[in-house]
Design a protein around this ligand. Structure first.
Ligand code: HEM
Length: 501
């Protein structure tokens, strides 16, 4: 074919693509009754979608201010999403069953589950059941292991020099520590310290988000091709299987030989997963996939939340002393136990305030309409539409948090004191006005584990280090990509080892 022919074919393909994309966007005209942020035409909305990539917080804030208590929509590259605002609608959302507004199907689209985890991980979510039940139930007995791993990880990662301040690029180090500490409970020693295992878990989690975002940039009809081209799941599972085979296979054989009566099973995530899996899923591949999925759910969320908190502490180093005094008093009395963590009221409040002030996502709750759904104000959500909840504007709203624009680390512990130890002010509690862990049936099942781990990590750091920023009060800016907010990945925090007293 000559170059003119090639040009004509290329042009025809480009025009066809454009028509499909415009058709795809026009489908969303059923949403016309819901106010849009930015231009709302089939073509012009693309401008808003590109703006959303870098300026999502400003667009959602604008929508919140104009439509507080109601809803609005913002354009993403592949779709409009409807954003709910305020506790009344969040409470209403909580009550809607999965077959009407579905968490699983929203995740299926957002994370392109078919090409990343595989649909089986959602259809048989026994890892969620294990997180909700076994992990929370066993936290008490396993907590000494968690604390031992925190000690070991920070010993390796943090500066040991006793004589001065040392700078640490904090995010990658916290990510390493979080990976080791979480996996101490997921896969145990010595694997939780294996650099190969650590790299696999961190890369897999990152790649899932990157690849799913890329697939979502293409029109729907292209997803099967692009999704299959981009997926790295089979190779990640193979790598994970190679690493975990001796452990998992050994346990499966022991169970088989003892006809289910093997009493010496180690108490960790692998054993719990084996325990609850049905015949079809009791195999190396399925267990490895669940370990990858759990690390995906646990690592970046926990590492980002904790890094935000550490940066907030370094920005306001005056709070090191009260946190240290509390940790010292409680741990001297109760040791590094789960019960001690329950008594760290100021620490709990500090971390909760940090999640309020520095969220990791604008939309912690996402659902997909499985059929047309009508909210109590009469707004119709057409089938296939994604409904999300705006967190940061509500978390920074004076109506729900007095002095909302200020970082007040002990606001929640004070409220507990004043209101008779009301549990709703605890870090792991959710409510319709506080949603970093979501709310309702799908609220994060790992939040009790995450809260205890973050408290123990922060207690370790304040007891062993003085902490500050190099330039007082200049917290490095957060990094936004669409609705996701990462603490600055290059941010550095100064640490000075404290002498034992
Ligand atoms: C600070 C750390 C964490 C944050 C901020 C966080 C946040 C969230 C949020 C917002 C959701 C969705 C809730 C909803 O839609 O209502 C969620 C779900 C989930 N999280 Fe977490 N999470 C954290 C740590 C963890 C950890 C440590 C684990 C596992 C050990 C975990 C496992 C899960 C799972 C399995 C789900 C899906 C629940 C379901 O399918 O119903 N998360 N998390």
């Amino acid at each position: 074919m000559d170059s003119a022919g090639l040009f004509v074919y290329g042009l025809a393909v480009a025009v066809a693509l454009l028509l499909v994309i415009i058709y795809d966007r026009c489908r969303f005209s059923e949403l016309d009754a819901i106010p849009a942020i930015g231009p709302s035409g089939a073509l012009t909305s693309w401008l808003g979608a590109f703006r959303f990539i870098k300026h999502a917080p400003a667009m959602v804030q604008e929508g919140y201010q104009k439509h507080k208590g109601g809803m609005f929509r913002v354009p993403l590259i592949d779709r409009w999403v409807v954003v709910l605002t305020g506790p009344r609608l969040i409470e209403e959302l909580r009550k809607v069953p999965e077959d009407e507004l579905s968490f699983d199907h929203a995740m299926r689209d957002l994370l392109q589950v078919k090409y990343t985890f595989g649909i089986d991980a959602q259809e048989y979510p026994y890892h969620v059941q294990v997180t909700r039940n076994h992990l929370s139930r066993n936290l008490q007995v396993l907590f000494p292991d968690v604390c031992g791993e925190i000690n070991h990880a920070f010993d390796a990662i943090m500066p040991s020099d006793q004589d001065g301040w040392a700078k640490v690029r904090i995010y990658p180090e916290i990510m390493k520590a979080m990976c080791r500490v979480s996996n101490r409970i997921f896969v145990g020693l010595p694997l939780c310290r294996s650099p190969e295992f650590e790299a696999l878990q961190q890369q897999f989690a990152l790649q899932v988000v990157l690849r799913a975002t890329l697939v979502n940039f293409f029109p729907k009809f292209a997803h099967p091709i692009i999704g299959r081209l981009l997926t790295n799941t089979p190779s990640s599972i193979r790598r994970c299987m190679a690493i975990l085979e001796p452990i998992v296979q050994g346990r499966l054989e022991n169970i088989e030989q003892c006809k289910g009566e093997w009493n010496a099973q180690p108490n960790d995530m692998i054993s719990w997963l084996i325990d609850v899996s049905d015949k079809e899923h009791r195999n190396l591949r399925s267990i490895c996939l669940r370990i990858l999925v759990l690390n995906f759910a646990a690592l970046h969320t926990s590492a980002q939340s904790f890094t935000h908190a550490l940066l907030n502490l370094a920005t306001y180093p005056q709070y090191c002393t009260p946190l240290r005094e509390e940790a010292s008093a409680v741990i001297n009395q109760d040791g590094w136990t789960k019960d001690a963590m329950k008594k760290l009221n100021k620490m709990d409040s500090f971390l909760k305030e940090s999640q309020r002030f520095s969220g990791t996502t604008l939309f912690p709750m996402m659902r997909k309409a499985m059929r047309p759904f009508v909210f109590s104000d009469g707004t119709v959500i057409p089938s296939g539409t994604h409904v999300v909840v705006a967190s940061s504007p509500m978390h920074l709203d004076e109506e729900y948090f007095e002095g909302a624009s200020e970082f007040q680390p002990f606001r929640f512990s004070k409220r507990r004191q004043d209101d008779g130890e009301d549990p709703q002010f605890l870090l792991a509690s959710t409510s319709p006005s506080y949603i970093p862990f979501g709310y309702g049936h799908h609220a994060c099942p790992g939040r009790f584990f995450a809260s205890s781990v973050m408290k123990a990590m922060m207690a370790y750091l304040v007891l062993n280090y003085d902490i500050k920023l190099e330039k007082e009060g200049e917290r490095p800016p957060d990094e936004w990509f669409m609705m996701n907010c990462s603490p600055n990945r290059k941010a550095e925090v100064m640490f000075r080892r404290r002498r034992p007293t």
